[in-house]
Design a protein around this ligand. Structure first.
Ligand code: C2E
Ligand code: CA
Ligand code: CA
Ligand code: CA
Length: 292
């Protein structure tokens, strides 16, 4: 007790330690010591709104911590961005997620053996991986991508990279060149949290983008706000015109789903369909779907 009282005293005289900075600092120290293998990747289904079928999964990082319980990405990704740890961590997620997709494909084609190269029924699910701006701008990113493709054996057309608008904020020829090189390999690019950035829409013409993920904040009020409805419908039509696919993020109820279907939005993701699942549960979901 005396010890905590002393600590409190000490904090009072150290302005930097008064706020959440103490906690931030402790978490950063813990992050510095963490083994990369102590992280975990979970998978959230992206579904075809009309049929309810799984089109792919988004890979999401988790940090199961010995004393803090499950640490969520919003707590540690900003720290890892700042320290640069996001670069190796991001490479690790890429390889894990790609290997996972290879496993799904093996599992599904084994269950449904057909003519070589032809999957019976629906298309094989893709995997979508978040790439932070710092990771993308890292000099070695393209090499890491090639290495990750080799190492996992994933078909590049089964891989989607989720980038944020921030990366496209200013005209950067290197970013553009790299995005083109990636799409030439067959990898697709999605814009994450679409509509929340401050960038102009002109980048949609310049960059090779296949998918727009409409941020959850637009979906939340879909059933109650005609303005939100009009916005989401507008984005859906815009994407259609530009030959891009739209994914509605954070779909939580059937009202939202039905409105999305009525405006022609093809894909959705959210707790209504599935929470992020560990590797085994994601496989079970695919198996259950393929058998019935
Ligand atoms: P995000 O990329 O926008 O991912 C979607 C987040 O929304 C996930 O949170 C997901 O669990 C949550 N979500 C999905 N559906 C619903 C819903 O219906 N309702 C609600 N309330 N939430 C929903 P999560 O896993 O906590 O990830 C938070 C953010 O952390 C991600 O946002 C992404 O920006 C970042 N992140 C996660 N994994 C990685 C990673 O491997 N690399 C990088 N750079 N960032 C990551
Ligand atoms: Ca994302
Ligand atoms: Ca998002
Ligand atoms: Ca988000």
């Amino acid at each position: 007790e005396a010890k905590t009282a002393g600590k409190r005293q000490w904090r009072r005289y150290h302005p930097a330690l008064q706020s959440g900075m103490v906690e931030r600092h402790a978490l950063q120290e813990s992050l510095d010591r963490a083994e990369i293998e102590s992280f975990k990747v979970v998978y959230q289904a992206i579904v075809e709104l009309g049929s309810g079928r799984v089109a792919g999964f988004e890979a999401l990082l988790r940090w199961p911590h010995s004393t803090r319980g499950m640490v969520m990405p919003e707590q540690f990704i900003p720290l890892a961005e700042e320290s640069g740890q996001i670069v190796p961590l991001g490479s690790w997620v890429l390889v894990q997620a790609s290997k996972e997709a290879v496993a799904w494909h093996a599992m599904l084609t084994e269950r449904n053996p057909g003519p070589p190269g032809v999957a019976l029924g629906a298309k094989l699910p893709y995997v979508s991986v978040n790439v932070s701006p710092r990771q993308f701008r890292d000099r070695s990113f393209f090499e890491v991508m090639q290495w990750s493709l080799d190492r996992s054996g994933i078909d590049p057309s089964s891989l989607v990279l989720e980038l944020t608008e921030g990366l496209l904020l200013r005209r950067d020829d290197r970013v553009l060149k790299e995005m083109r090189a990636l799409t030439e390999l067959g990898i697709r690019i999605a814009i994450d949290d679409f509509g929340t950035g401050y960038s102009s829409l002109s980048y949609l013409r310049e960059f090779p983008i296949s998918i727009l993920k409409i941020d959850k904040s637009f979906i939340d009020e879909l059933g109650h706000s005609p303005q939100q409805y009009a916005l989401v419908e507008g984005i859906t039509h815009l994407a259609d015109t530009l030959g891009m696919k739209v994914i509605a993020e954070g779909v939580e109820n059937t009202t939202q789903r039905d409105l999305l279907i009525s405006m022609g939005c093809p894909l959705g993701q959210g707790f209504l369909f599935s929470r992020p699942l560990d590797s085994e549960s994601a496989q079970s979901l695919l198996l259950a779907e393929s058998s019935g």
